[in-house]
Ligand binder design. Structure first.
Ligand SMILES: C[S@@+](CC[C@H](N)C(=O)[O-])C[C@H]1O[C@@H](n2cnc3c(N)ncnc32)[C@H](O)[C@@H]1O
Length: 245
């Protein structure tokens, strides 16, 4: 089993691949005044929880999920069965063409880099269009356990650092809010369920990619449990600056 196969096995059947709630989606739609017939992309949609939330909040909108991994495309399509305003395609979110009134991106922009991804998406936004993305954030006075939690994400910064990366792409921040607490608790509850389900699997014990991943995930959850309010994403709403890069 390869590393990516181990990740797919651990996460199989989960409704999300990272923290977030339907309330985050509704907040962004309202704050950005996204219209009833908007064209919306969910970039890196994973198994599609936010696609369903977007579709329910804007039943007249046209919503497109874009996801790199075939098995997640299949899961997202299943999650959105019966939601006629949703399509899901396998593809690279770096190549979005649009035009979209909103690009929603939960916990996935870091794969491209905030500045690089926003630069690539500028041309995919319709006039007046916006991007809503969630990104790890670590405040200056964060406790050691929160720093240890993010040790493998060296690009992490405080909110001012995220704003700098946004500005470097020629975008402006309109608003933000923290994604912490319940959103992470829900995600880890599901993940612990998967760890328990795998406990009888010989490949999840001993040595190998799945066993390593199981151990690393248990460490990650323990670090989060030590400081649950200090581990968060920032959900950031941004628009291109007129004449920006
Ligand atoms: C942490 S998961 C978040 C998934 C989903 N947004 C959620 O909140 O449940 C990041 C997702 O981005 C996808 N991804 C990463 N790079 C991508 C790319 N270049 N194009 C499309 N999807 C990508 C991954 O396959 C994964 O499903």
């Amino acid at each position: 089993m390869t590393g990516p196969e181990a990740i797919a096995r651990l996460h199989r059947g989960m409704t999300r691949q990272g923290p977030g709630t339907p309330e985050d989606v509704r907040w962004a739609l309202a704050r950005l005044d996204v219209g009833a017939r908007a064209r919306i992309a969910d970039a890196g949609c994973g198994p599609g929880a936010d696609l369903a939330a977007l579709a329910r909040a804007r039943p007249g909108a046209r919503i497109e999920g874009v996801e790199m991994m075939d098995h997640l495309v299949a899961e997202a399509r299943a999650a959105c069965a019966g939601l006629e305003n949703v399509t899901v395609r396998q593809g690279d979110m770096a190549g979005l063409t649009g035009p979209y009134d909103l690009i929603w991106c939960a916990g996935a922009l870091y794969f491209l880099g905030v500045t690089e991804g926003l630069r690539q998406w500028r041309g995919a936004l319709a006039p007046g269009g916006a991007v809503a993305f969630s990104e790890p954030v670590l405040e200056e006075d964060a406790p050691g356990a929160a720093r240890a939690f993010w040790a493998e994400y060296p690009a992490i910064s405080d909110l001012a650092g995220i704003e700098e990366r946004v500005r470097a792409a020629g975008f402006a921040v309109l608003d933000h809010r923290r994604v912490a607490g319940a959103a992470w608790a829900g995600y880890y509850r599901e993940l612990e369920g998967r760890l328990d389900a795998l406990s009888a699997d010989p490949e999840a014990a001993g040595e190998g990619p799945l066993a390593d991943l199981v151990a690393a995930t248990r460490r990650e959850i323990a670090l989060w449990q030590a400081v649950p309010e200090a581990v968060s994403y920032a959900l950031v709403l941004v628009r291109p600056e007129p004449g920006g890069r």
